[in-house]
Design a protein around this ligand. Structure first.
Ligand code: BEZ
Ligand code: FE
Length: 291
């Protein structure tokens, strides 16, 4: 007969040890580490707020609806990660760069692999809508040397605040997208439109959450960039229109002071606006590794 009084059962006080201690010796090492921390913090959270059953039911229902909305075109869980700041925190932990190097920001759900490749100077605005803008600058290493062969993948919304993939029946495919490759001097130049601020998709559970938190769903106007070059760490970032009203309250916390770019009037130029910005790349593998 087992003496049941000698067994450490799950109690409010022993909850973390009871769950974490259940792992066997064959548990995956990193998963066990992540699991132990997750259980510790989640149990502390439940104890801290004295979680009520009806609140936990609500949370399970919220997470269920979040998952049910996900398919190949809509990723509601990524949106949840974005609005809770976890996307940006994960990015920050994994892309610690020296001062002066271009900072990363959130990738977002609207990048599409395989955009058309253009010659420098090409116009990526295919619908002709919006205020024209010349984007130009250099891709440099941290010593100021030009990087040849850097691929600059760019994408942004149109004048109405939508990406082409959100309006496949309205916008031309690949509208406001393109890939440019630098030559020997490391410079880039392309024409497009001045981006406008837009709301993240907010017709689902994440949008309802924002309403309940009295938060708006807007992102400040930005141009997306993914810059890759052999021997350098990939940059996934945006330049923000430096005068945007949502810079201080980006729904996904993607703004960094160094990414606010000038959007200047361009009198006499072929475009209405001019936005200069240099990208500074660090050597691959030089980012401080997360322990
Ligand atoms: C975006 O900038 O495209 C984006 C980022 C996070 C969530 C939604 C959109
Ligand atoms: Fe965006």
């Amino acid at each position: 007969m087992i003496d049941l009084t000698k067994i450490e059962y799950f109690t409010e006080a022993t909850s973390v040890d009871a769950v974490v201690g259940r792992n066997g010796p064959g548990a995956h090492k990193r998963l066990a580490e992540v699991w132990a921390s997750l259980v510790k913090h989640l149990h502390a959270f439940a104890k801290d707020i004295e979680l009520r059953p009806e609140e936990w039911d609500l949370a399970i229902d919220f997470l269920t609806r979040t998952g049910q909305l996900c398919d190949e075109n809509r990723q509601e869980f990524v949106l949840l990660s974005d609005v809770i700041g976890l996307s940006m925190l994960t990015d920050a932990i994994n892309h610690r760069r020296p001062p002066g190097a271009t900072e990363n920001t959130v990738l977002g759900p609207f990048h599409v692999v395989g955009a058309p490749e253009f010659e420098m100077g090409a116009n990526i605005s295919l619908d002709g809508k919006g205020e024209s803008c010349l984007f130009e600058g250099r891709v440099l290493d941290t010593d100021g040397n030009p990087i040849e062969g850097a691929r600059i993948d760019v994408w942004c919304d149109n004048e109405d605040g939508y990406y082409d993939v959100q309006q496949p029946d309205i916008q031309p495919k690949w509208n406001n997208r393109g890939i440019f490759t630098t030559g020997e001097d490391g410079t880039y130049q392309f024409r497009g439109v001045k981006p406008v601020s837009y709301p993240i998709p907010h017709d689902g559970p994440v949008g309802q959450l924002l309403i309940q938190l009295d938060r708006h769903p807007y992102r400040p106007a930005h141009m997306h960039y993914m810059v890759t070059a052999t021997g350098f760490e990939k940059i996934v970032t945006h330049t923000f229109v430096g005068s945007d009203e949502y810079l201080k309250s980006d729904a996904v916390f993607g703004v960094k002071a160094t990414l606010a770019a000038p959007f200047e009037p361009n009198p006499g130029g072929v475009t209405k606006w001019h936005s200069p910005f240099d990208f500074i790349m660090v050597p691959a593998g030089s980012a401080e590794a997360a322990e």
